[in-house]
Design a protein. Structure first.
Length: 62
């Protein structure tokens, strides 16, 4: 089965005021092209393309 994901990199401000680069991705993204997403075959492929580390791939704590 072919799986497609849509991904982009965002800068997110942490509670201490520092900025962190995170991978924002999903299987269903409305207006993906207009919102700056690219198409990939996997999350791993997107991480490699953007140079995302394992730490940057993890979601931020709430």
């Amino acid at each position: 089965m072919n799986t497609v994901i849509y991904a982009r990199v965002e800068m997110v401000e942490r509670p201490d005021g520092t900025l962190e680069r995170v991978l924002d991705w999903g299987h269903y993204v409305t207006n993906w092209e207009a919102n700056g997403y690219r198409v990939f075959g996997s999350v791993e492929e997107a991480c490699e393309y953007f140079g995302i580390t394992e730490e940057e791939r993890e979601p931020l704590p709430s």
